[in-house]
Design a binder for this molecule. Sequence first.
Ligand code: SF4
Length: 374
Amino acid sequence: MEKLGLYIHIPFCKSKCLYCDFPSYTYMEDLIIPYMEALSKEIKKVSLNKTFTSIFIGGGTPSFLSIEALNILTNALDKVKKSSDIEFTVEGNPNSFTKEKLISFKNMGVNRLSIGLQACQDRLLKKLGRIHTLNDFKNTFKEARDLGFNNINVDLMFGIPNQTLQDFKESLEFINSLKPEHISSYSLIVEESTPYYKMRESGKLKLPDEDEERDMYSFACDFLKENGYKQYEISNFALKKKECKHNLIYWELDNYIGCGVSAHSYFNKERYRNTGDVKRYIEQISNGDSVVEESHYNSVKENMEEFMFLGLRKTEGVSVTEFKVKFDIDIKTVYGDIIKKYVDEKMIILDNRRLFLSERGIQVSNSIMCDFIL
Ligand code: SF4
């Protein structure tokens, strides 16, 4: 069956983390119900005559929604056709995944949770502007397991201000003791539009240096491997057969449709994005207007570039044969020089007709991937 993902964006959070540049807003509680109604209409429209193989409700904080709001979403999603082996994920934060909401997500059909822990030390959580504690996480995780959620991802961050390698090791050891099926471990990026950016500019942010960050990343890769987690993407680790199907859709250039504000879609080679304005989104949907703000048909060149730099994120890399089938041209005709350069530098490995980053290559993946932009 052809893969097709549905992404649903919930742009609300209780408070804004200091590093966050995601499309998420606070103090918009009065717009939540109208938003959910508009979102339901969009879901109904886009899902007509389609069967989805994965659904991902992300944000923002989907677990921040009230039961009333969740019921609206449940009604909309009940009518969506799902494959029998669907992966259905919802993202959320420890202190808002209450038992009642976990039950509501279960009734919605959710079979995978993604919980944002980020770090195990309350002092670091505070530093990030997170509003939960380690204890909140422990309670949520236990509650989720007790309710039968047997596919859970935990997000961890490294490169947090004042974080030491020892802190990060402790976080990984703690998470490993709970054995979630999946762990995402991202480095903190200070984005321009965030309070962290201003704090860094004024010297108020003590970030680990590049070497410390590299040590944290290497430790995570080795430690998780020793403990049964396969690194299948630069920042993602999974127990056997627990890779995130939805994210693989993005990295393998398969089709997905996004609903909600700022949601992106890639469908039949067209990339498009919805408006980022919550009020406008609600108004336009209720007027029956399109909420798409930007759209673009990928050229063959763009598809090749995306195939390469998204595919190289995966540890198994890209298939030389698949490239040929997809684009009717040999990969070496297009990328021969770049491939040779990185193979010679032992950053890229060409093996069994697959091209993938070496361990050294993964450390500098961003600059390698940029070279695949034609
Ligand atoms: S909870 Fe997530 S989406 Fe919300 S502000 Fe924090 S990082 Fe951003």
